[in-house]
Design a protein. Structure first.
Length: 415
């Protein structure tokens, strides 16, 4: 009797999840009402992200790339959603089953979460921790964290490589790249100034048959080949970043890249995030890699060119692995098991090729064992990333079947 009385007392003290007068909606809800609420939920999430991206010091003040690249990009995308969001939600519901997709609809999960917060703040109910215990809700929230962290990075990385590509091409053609001040001056002068500038510059920037013929006939000198490989290097990572940006920013049922699961452990998140800003500021300080000439082996220019070519070849496979994902690319998530491209040979081609390329890049600067310990540690970090991904993806029966088909993790015939 005492135990029963104690249980009743605890149940009285325990806060409710919902107000006492809460009742499930019994009437039929009109389709446009469902559409509107989903639109409101996604718009609210974008509003919260807008506050973070525009006001948080990390995005607003500490990094010019975020301020000059990501903020305009995100704000434009948010405005596009505000204009086209309602028709998009309506067409998507009509195309993918309406109420049948509600259980896996992120917008519905956002609504439930916001409702729980509302009940907690204004109705005195319990903090909605039960939402986190629901698997689908947890996937939606973690997936939002992945996208909101990685999408700004990919946008800034893509812009950096794009600027490098154009800067290298301008200088190669003997044209001075536009500076921000020059762009402001052209904008202030008006469209005619831009037109005259384009008439003068564009013909100089276009590739010529003579330049192509010189390359085919081996008239390029050693510096030309070095420039060509550097240009190709930047182009590779521009393609890689724009493809990754698409995967992070454009999750949609129409693209077939909805998230099935997200890395569930803090350790898995840690080893992934320490490879990206701002966290790699710490890991890069602890395990620094640098091309210090005082520790150089002073290889011949021909040897350095050969190593650069092998590095670009390795990174080509790395980018091929990114492209093999199609629109499903994303760190820390399972959006479907990829078995094509280099993934038909080994299970982690991107990590293998990236780490091999790093060895090629830093071997010339390992005199007196410089860079040796840091690069080994970075290899271990990426090995841990592969291990945590294996552990996560092995919960998917499709990945278990894939592991039986592709037995090698990183090195064909070895491991």
């Amino acid at each position: 009797m005492a135990t029963k009385k104690k249980t009743q007392e605890l149940s009285v003290k325990r806060k409710r999840r919902k107000p006492a007068g809460h009742k499930a909606v019994g009437k039929r809800v009109h389709e446009w009402e469902r559409v509107l609420w989903r639109y409101v939920a996604v718009s609210s999430v974008l509003g919260v992200l807008a506050l973070i991206y525009n006001l948080h010091p990390y995005y607003a003040r500490t990094s010019p790339n975020f301020r000059d690249v990501w903020q305009p990009f995100f704000n434009s995308a948010a405005r596009l959603w505000l204009v086209a969001g309602i028709p998009y939600v309506y067409v998507t519901r009509r195309g993918f089953g309406g109420t049948r997709m509600d259980l896996t609809d992120g917008a519905v999960h956002y609504l439930l979460f916001f409702r729980g917060i509302f009940y907690w703040v204004f109705e005195g109910c319990a903090w909605p921790r039960h939402i986190w215990r629901n698997r689908r809700m947890r996937i939606t929230i973690l997936s939002l964290g992945v996208k909101s962290f990685f999408t700004p990075l990919m946008a800034c990385f893509m812009t950096e490589h794009w600027n490098n590509i154009w800067g290298m091409w301008f200088r190669h053609k003997g044209v001075t790249p536009l500076t921000p001040d020059a762009i402001k001056e052209l904008n202030a002068t008006g469209p005619l100034a831009w037109w005259n500038y384009m008439l003068d510059v564009v013909p100089k920037l276009l590739p010529t048959w003579q330049g192509f013929a010189d390359g085919i006939s081996r008239k390029w000198m050693l510096p030309d080949w070095r420039w060509g490989l550097d240009f190709y290097y930047q182009l590779l990572f521009f393609v890689d970043c724009i493809w990754a940006l698409t995967g992070y920013a454009a999750e949609s049922r129409w693209l077939g890249n909805k998230t099935k699961s997200v890395e569930p452990t803090g350790f898995g998140w840690m080893v992934a995030l320490m490879c990206y800003p701002p966290f790699n500021d710490i890991s890069g300080t602890l395990f620094p890699l640098n091309m210090d000439q005082s520790h150089s082996f002073h290889f011949s220019p021909e040897t350095m060119l050969l190593l650069k070519g092998m590095t670009c070849a390795s990174f080509t496979i790395y980018v091929w692995a990114t492209l093999a994902f199609g629109p499903t690319f994303s760190n820390l998530t399972n959006r479907g098991i990829i078995t094509r491209g280099p993934y038909a040979v080994i299970r982690h081609p991107a990590y293998t090729c990236k780490n091999f390329a790093w060895w090629l890049e830093y071997i010339p600067y390992m005199n007196h064992f410089h860079n040796l310990l840091p690069i080994i540690i970075w290899n271990i970090i990426y090995g841990l990333r592969a291990w945590t991904e294996e552990r996560h993806l092995s919960r998917d029966p499709d990945y278990v079947a894939y592991k039986k088909k592709v037995k090698w993790v990183a090195i064909p015939g070895v491991f």
